[in-house]
Design a protein around this ligand. Structure first.
Ligand code: SF4
Length: 445
């Protein structure tokens, strides 16, 4: 079992109490049920941290554990309930699944979060739920938990609440007053796929929730800005989800290509100012469900979660958010899938060799960012350093271990480290699977 909250802990009174009260079993069921939701990570927001409160999400964020299939799981990542009246084909908690069901009470969750936090097992709470009743009723339970943690317990740590599909704007606003982050899962790249695998959900409703969040967030920022300038300076508007909103997209359950996924992410970032899109490699739920009719013709037969694809999508996403790439530069109609063997930035560089070499003594920040191996930090350091002296290859190396990738794509004072004469060879050298990681042939001429 990967949830080490209890397993690695010596028995003491609190764990004894949990055993007797049945809480331990609930944690096991409801944390197991939540682990496939990838849309949680702390963002270092400081909105709820304060002097008379315990907990802070700034210094180290939520603790995570790593599951066997490589995904990152926060330690108190639970569902309020895994009872669900929806029947999403890709989900272990769907109504037709023959699994053990359980639910917390608000009081139990508040106590658990506080006790675990104080014992340093967790640094925050990620709370979602199956849809056991009307969406607003489910959302109210999540809100009640967050509100009680903030007001009754004085909890100042990180809280991430899931927006239950179909929740009204009023409750989204209320949720954002107590949580650091909210997320509405888009789940699948197109409405057609959603209709096929999760017919009770609709893309319009999910995008509507994101839109509501953006509207409320703008409105609250505006109010806060105005109030800050009131003459007495004492009143301050409450924060609204200071760590913003995120979403999760399942990769590989339906036939959409990477280009459709990256185009969708790009428009979500632009339209709703999302902080993150989390990509979750599809895991066939049949592998986790007992006595379930495991065969569902709507789902692909999967040998295992497409983790390399997930990884490449995260890299492409990074290019969108931090490297000023557009979706159209990363993938095209002719090549709709990301290269499994090289990272998307190197793939772009190899297709655009006429853009290179970049002269590091003259290039602006955006151009430096296009060089494979050079990240935002190194680009800033290059610009900083060259204010006082011009860079040569030797002192470039001292700026960071960048030259393994960058060597073919830059010049310093007009000198190449290595001319990019043979793109096929560069591709081989920079490939994750065929290149530097493997032993090179002895006699390569
Ligand atoms: S709504 Fe769908 S994805 Fe969410 S818990 Fe229920 S079955 Fe699973």
């Amino acid at each position: 079992m990967r949830y080490c909250i209890l397993d690695n802990t010596p028995k003491h009174l609190y764990s004894l109490y949990m055993e007797i009260s049945g809480l331990q079993e609930k944690i096991s069921i409801l944390s197991g049920a939540a682990k496939y939701d990838a849309s949680c990570a702390t963002s270092g927001s400081s909105g709820f941290t304060g002097k008379k409160k315990f907990g802070a999400s700034v210094p180290s964020g939520v603790c995570h554990s790593w599951t066997e299939d490589g995904r990152c799981v926060s330690l108190l990542k639970v569902l309020y309930s895994n009872v669900c009246k929806y029947d999403c084909a890709y989900c272990v908690n769907r109504s037709s699944a023959d699994i053990k069901r359980s639910s917390f009470t608000v009081k139990e969750l508040v106590e658990l979060t506080g006790e675990f936090y104080r014992r340093n097992y967790i640094e925050g709470l990620f709370l979602s739920s199956g849809i056991f009743s009307d969406p607003d009723i489910v959302m109210e339970k999540l809100i009640e938990t967050a509100r009680s943690l903030r007001t009754d317990s004085g909890f100042g740590g990180y809280i991430h609440l899931k927006i239950i599909p179909g929740t009204g704007e009023k409750l989204i606003k209320e949720a954002g007053l107590w949580a650091d982050r909210l997320s509405a899962n888009i789940e699948l790249p197109t409405d057609k796929s959603l209709q096929c695998l999760a017919p009770q959900k609709s893309g319009k409703t999910i995008l509507g929730a994101m839109n509501d969040f953006s509207g409320i967030s703008r409105e609250m920022e505006e109010t806060q800005r105005k109030i800050r300038f009131l003459p007495n300076g004492k009143t301050r508007a409450q924060f609204f989800a200071p760590a913003g909103q995120s979403t999760q997209l399942i990769v590989g359950a339906t036939e959409e290509d990477d280009r459709q996924i990256i185009n969708l992410s790009s428009s979500l970032y632009n339209k709703f100012s999302l902080k993150r899109v989390y990509y979750s490699a599809f895991i066939h739920p049949g592998s986790y469900v007992r006595r379930e009719n495991r065969y569902d013709p709507r789902l692909p037969e999967s040998a295992g979660p497409p983790l390399v694809r997930e990884h490449r999508l995260y890299q492409a996403d990074w290019l969108l958010r931090f490297y000023h790439f557009s979706a159209g530069e990363i993938l095209s109609e002719e090549e709709p899938f990301l290269d499994a063997h090289i990272d998307p930035k190197t793939a772009w560089a190899l297709k655009n060799l006429d853009f290179f070499p970049v002269e590091v003594n003259r290039a602006d920040y955006e151009t430096l960012l296009r060089i494979p191996g050079i990240g935002a930090k190194t680009a800033r350091r290059i610009i900083e350093t060259r204010r006082s002296r011009s860079l040569n290859l030797e002192n470039l190396q001292r700026l960071g271990g960048i030259l393994k990738r960058a060597r073919y794509f830059l010049t310093a004072g007009g000198s190449y480290i290595e001319r990019p004469d043979d793109p096929a060879r560069i591709r081989r050298m920079l490939s994750d699977t065929d290149g530097a990681g493997l032993q090179l042939p002895l006699f390569e001429f």
